[in-house]
Design a protein around this ligand. Structure first.
Ligand code: F3S
Length: 299
């Protein structure tokens, strides 16, 4: 099995008789926060055999199906959890109302909020507490961004596109935080549009390095290969973004959920194939993809 960043001499691609190399991007697959949440879910399920999760634990159907077989159930609010039951807050985090409802309903809470998300929640809450007008650079409908806003008592405004800043009525004191998976460029552009219009601008750079490192590593590999395979859930925003980045670099790129989606013609004539996976992609899916490439090119 190739290791991330490795270059392996590979089987001859017999149809075109050229040696093939598979390059796996560094940082492919689960980030720290997702890995941690899965370990917490596995431990809780081993102890109780039944656990409700507020929303999909991760955007990966195969992994979710495995957990559901062990007793994980997805619910959309704490009100759906039986009184006295157990519920999990996923890595995206949740707002204070979720914790209050859990307490009211005597629910055992397994809180897998990623510590980096908690950092963003705390920064936004502190700014709001100190009277700053809070802007959250993020995706309006993303559960993490919604949770951060809830930690400001609903007072923060989500900025999806930096140009939105120009249409906002700003106060003299503006605090800016970022959803952890946002790009540094977007955050910088929001800051540059706010600074000339507010006397006191406080910034908490709450972007998580895992995302930028995975993206940089994927682009680095994409630039060296003839075709790039990006593995991860169709609904995974970070996997979709990875595929966009690789594709924008000019490399033919395919976003797949599992290895059986690989079309042999994608590999025809390719001397180098790159592989990466999103933050919700298990190592087994990356290994399966490598095996499938081996099978197809050895046939
Ligand atoms: Fe946490 Fe960063 Fe992953 S915020 S959930 S380690 S992408």
């Amino acid at each position: 099995m190739p290791v991330p960043g490795s270059r392996l001499p590979f089987d001859i691609c017999k149809s075109v008789l050229i040696p093939m190399t598979i390059l796996i991007a560094d940082h492919a697959g689960f980030c720290f926060g997702v890995q941690r949440s899965l370990e917490m879910a596995a431990k809780a399920l081993a102890e109780r055999h039944e656990l409700q999760c507020l929303g999909q634990l991760i955007h990966n159907r195969q992994v979710v199906a495995e957990l559901e077989a062990k007793g994980l159930r997805v619910v959309s609010s704490m009100e759906e959890v039986p009184v006295g039951g157990a519920a999990m807050v996923r890595a995206h985090g949740a707002g204070p109302a979720t914790y209050q409802a859990a307490e009211r309903r005597r629910i055992t809470l397994i809180d897998a909020t990623c510590p980096f998300v908690q950092r963003a929640q705390r920064a936004a809450a502190a700014m709001a507490e100190e009277g700053y007008q809070v802007l959250v650079v993020g995706e309006r409908d993303h559960p993490e961004a919604r949770g951060i806003v809830e930690h400001t008592g609903g007072r923060a405004t989500v900025v999806e596109d930096p140009v939105e800043v120009d249409g906002l009525r700003l106060t003299d004191r503006v605090g800016i935080v970022a959803q952890t998976t946002q790009s540094a460029e977007k955050l910088a552009e929001v800051i540059s549009r706010v600074r000339p219009r507010a006397a006191d601008v406080r910034v908490a750079d709450t972007i998580c390095d895992a995302t930028s490192q995975r993206q940089a590593a994927a682009l680095n590999i994409a630039r060296q290969v003839d075709v790039m395979l990006v593995i991860g859930g169709r609904h995974s925003a970070n996997t979709t973004r990875l595929a966009e980045i690789c594709s924008a670099g000019g490399t033919p790129t395919h976003h797949i959920e599992s290895a059986d989606e690989i079309q042999p013609q994608w590999l025809a004539g390719a001397a180098r194939v790159g592989v990466t996976g999103g933050a919700s992609t298990p190592v087994s899916a990356i290994e399966g993809t490598v095996r499938r490439i081996e099978e197809l090119t050895a046939a």
